[in-house]
Design a protein around this ligand. Structure first.
Ligand SMILES: Nc1ncnc2c1ncn2[C@@H]1O[C@H](COP(=O)(O)OP(=O)(O)OP(=O)(O)O)[C@@H](O)[C@H]1O
Ligand SMILES: Nc1ncnc2c1ncn2[C@@H]1O[C@H](COP(=O)(O)OP(=O)(O)OP(=O)(O)O)[C@@H](O)[C@H]1O
Ligand SMILES: [Mg+2]
Ligand SMILES: [Mg+2]
Lengths: 466, 466
């Protein structure tokens, strides 16, 4: 007789934690640092705060591979009533919006808390204060795995005399420091490259990396966007319709609904579309049945006259900041950066940025060194499964005067309200055709500038020789 | 002001469905067929039933890409009180055990139901009867996404006059048949290869594939196993301890606990381990505190005298059946198969099986054709990220008298209670060192036999020439 049962989300990810990057003590330590740092950068730069991030790994018990990871930031903190769920409930967070951020799943820090809890039994220790808060709140939190709920082991508050705001998270876990320290250091270094406005200090046994910001200029924070008609489906329509507060008493018309709920849809566009699609613009949306929603969704996707998705939910680095970061970290002889115009796939806006760095301290290699980023997150694993590697390998570099082995590094950065990550561990990006095309065009644009530089250099060499 | 919220599991996978393989209408149609077929094969062969599987794709509305997918099996059916959750609740199923099966996540069919529902609005239609059931139960089910609960649109029962048992699932979805039909046909063909005891009929617009079983011999169904001490952690210990019915009234001793709850631990082994680890074998387990569990988990993982995990939860194909299936499908001149002895990683038993097929109808290729399987599931995507591709590419085939281009196909099959899939879409397997080593050894063992065959063939050719 078969036994049937359900799992809570925490139980599911406890059992399948390798899918989220927690496969062994080496990878888990790396992922823990990553999840905390990405949360801290979101909590600062997305709110106009120049980030000061402090990362510390300590060996608590080297014989047993027990380490402590602490990450502290000067960000917006976590409200005390939200802290337990934010740290103790899988699928809980503040980033479920159409707005570029590093976090997207509401899962990351919970995986780290889970892993620490199952390897050492220790709770997550948090201190946090929101801007202007009178108090600093401290919590020790475990996860009740079978119920997917936080267990508040202890909590207290102290007067916030220094008017601090930010979050300090500490986890004690079984982690293989010697196995992961190089990757962690590389991750921190690349984070500094893509966030040259951040102060980042990283201390670990035998390692100290201090990156001081090379600019006080923050990129424009992204604004929360609305869904685009090209990305619609029946369930989204149902959710948007039920989202209206006075749906029963005062339901909007179909035309009002489109203008209110969707990106880049004005009254004229909405009317034109509805006439083309065969709908009465004045029908009240509470009167629509499933077959109407199915036809509406299908027609919205088919229609080709929509304005393209707006890029206000995106926050690219921009060519200046990207060049600054790449110059500072790679110490190359030549750097050029390209930020493409906004594009979109399936209704999601995206921007591709690419930098090429040549010479200087870059060593010659048989294939270009590839540094991948998505929503300002450095991606260090699964390169073979990533669309950027595929594009870089298909470029005919000879056409750009680059002969292998060559001291060439390619930096790719994809910003989107929906980066097509292949897994919840956020390591590789799927080869969505629109994105692949944009990466290729961006690289070629940058490569043409590199070619001009290398031709000029070649001529100067010829002159010297003569 | 930040907005914090939680998502239900259904909501999470609705938003991130590409991570489960439902990225576009082409891939989603493939994945839908896959999820249903894998469920049907689990429902038959794991219970000693020779599978009769019928798969049908129909074009409902070609202009709108609307297709219907139906899969019917003669398996153990679904009890009527379980059907709504089984088809309508993410993270619900009967395969959350230590036992080899295709299903592992309790997610697959729900993804297909979700995708159909969001693209056409249509519910999943199910007919099912368990063996000896007096009735056949029919359901139409949708998923309440925000609550992760089934919505029973309709249900009825009819007398089971023909004493049928099995399940018939039909979904209506937006799917790109012309884009995915070749992959689906390949998937069905490879399923027939790895399950040569199954009758499989596949009908679609312009396609009919009928695979008749070439043997009536089913592999031994797997038995549910217990966790192994090498795979333990604090949370698992807590779960096992709280699993005891009379924990308060009559708690077992630590020694009894180890013998009862763990694989391959007898009384003597348990006692020896506890003395080595520094525990009193007679302490009652309800007296253990977190710090004791932390020490116990750590010592269990460190101890090297455990018996290796038993392979009774596994169900490999075996060399005879594997050779039969490969011969039948690839029509090669030479086939050899190797089923390795059981091995383990992190406390999980696994068995690697490999077949090499050479010549006959196999076309010469620059690199060997690779057909990957895991728990009898054909894996057709993400080959570049899979451990088997890595191993096959690192073999020096010249040593085995194979010069490229060569008509060589490598079939790899990994069976485990925990296949280290890289994602919930089950396409690529991570390069866990123990598994990588076993695949390499299996291929080399088979390659030595291929070499003998090719040498013999070479000599015969030389004799002919003379
Ligand atoms: N350092 C921090 N400062 C402020 N808020 C934080 C911080 N760390 C986490 N949070 C809050 O906790 C929530 C949950 O974090 P978590 O890492 O689990 O998910 P996420 O960042 O939203 O998405 P992802 O799973 O992709 O990382 C965040 O959305 C954010 O609201
Ligand atoms: N054709 C079928 N016959 C009998 N039981 C079935 C059938 N299809 C599904 N089930 C039951 O429904 C459950 C849920 O199926 P689902 O595909 O969602 O998850 P799973 O197969 O357990 O795991 P996975 O997500 O890896 O596929 C199964 O565990 C099984 O108990
Ligand atoms: Mg996060
Ligand atoms: Mg399944």
């Amino acid at each position: 007789l078969e036994e049937y049962k359900g799992l809570s989300p925490a139980e599911f990810f406890y059992r399948n934690r390798e899918i989220a990057g927690f496969s062994n003590p080496t990878r888990a330590l790396y992922q823990t640092v990553r999840e905390l740092v990405e949360n801290s950068l979101d909590a600062t730069e997305m709110f106009g705060i120049l980030p000061d991030i402090y990362v510390e790994v300590e060996e608590i018990n080297p014989k047993e591979n027990v380490v402590s990871v602490r990450v502290r930031d000067n960000g917006i903190g976590v409200p005390p009533e939200e802290a337990p769920n934010v740290f103790g409930r899988v699928f809980y967070g503040s980033k479920y919006k159409l707005r570029q951020s590093r976090g997207i799943f509401g899962l990351g820090v919970k995986m780290a808390v889970l892993y620490a809890q199952m390897t050492t039994g220790k709770p997550c220790e948090i201190r946090t204060a929101t801007p202007k808060s009178d108090y600093i709140y401290s919590f020790k939190i475990l996860i009740d795995i079978s119920k997917n709920k936080p267990i508040i082991v202890s909590k207290r508050k102290e007067k916030n005399t220094k008017r601090w705001h930010g979050t300090d998270v500490r986890l004690i876990l079984e982690g293989n420091w010697s196995g992961s320290k190089n990757r962690i250091a590389e991750y921190i270094k690349r984070t500094a490259m893509i966030a040259p406005y951040a102060n980042i200090t990283f201390r670990g046994p035998g390692v100290e990396l201090i990156f001081k910001r090379v600019t006080k200029k923050l990129p424009e924070p992204p604004e929360t966007g609305k869904p685009h008609p090209k990305g619609v489906d029946i369930e989204l329509l149902k959710q948007l319709i039920s989202g209206f507060k006075n749906l029963k008493e005062d339901p909007p018309t179909l035309q009002e609904f489109l203008v209110t709920c969707f990106d880049s849809v004005g009254t004229i566009t909405a009317r034109r579309f509805l006439e083309w699609a065969g709908f009465d613009p004045n029908v009240r949306i509470d009167k629509l049945r499933i077959r109407d929603l199915e036809k509406l969704a299908r027609r919205m996707k088919e229609y080709n006259e929509w304005r393209r998705p707006r890029a206000t939910p995106l926050s690219p680095l921009g060519e200046d900041l990207l060049m600054k970061g790449v110059k500072e970290i790679l110490k190359a002889e030549f750097v050029t950066a390209v930020t493409r115009k906004p594009a979109s796939y399936g209704g999601h806006p995206f921007i591709v940025e690419v930098a090429l760095a040549w010479g200087g301290e870059i060593k010659p290699m048989e294939r270009p060194l590839l540094l991948r980023f998505a929503n300002k997150i450095p991606l260090l694993y699964d390169e073979g499964a990533d669309v950027s590697r595929k594009v870089v390998d298909n470029i005919d570099w000879n056409q750009y005067k680059v002969k292998m082995p060559a001291p060439l590094a390619v930096v790719t950065h994809i910003c989107s309200t929906k980066v097509p990550f292949k897994g919840v561990g956020k390591e590789a990006i799927a080869d969505v055709p629109e994105i692949e095309k944009e990466i290729e065009n961006a690289i070629k644009e940058a490569a043409r500038r590199l070619r001009r530089y290398l031709s000029k250099k070649e001529k100067e060499m010829e002159v010297k020789v003569k």
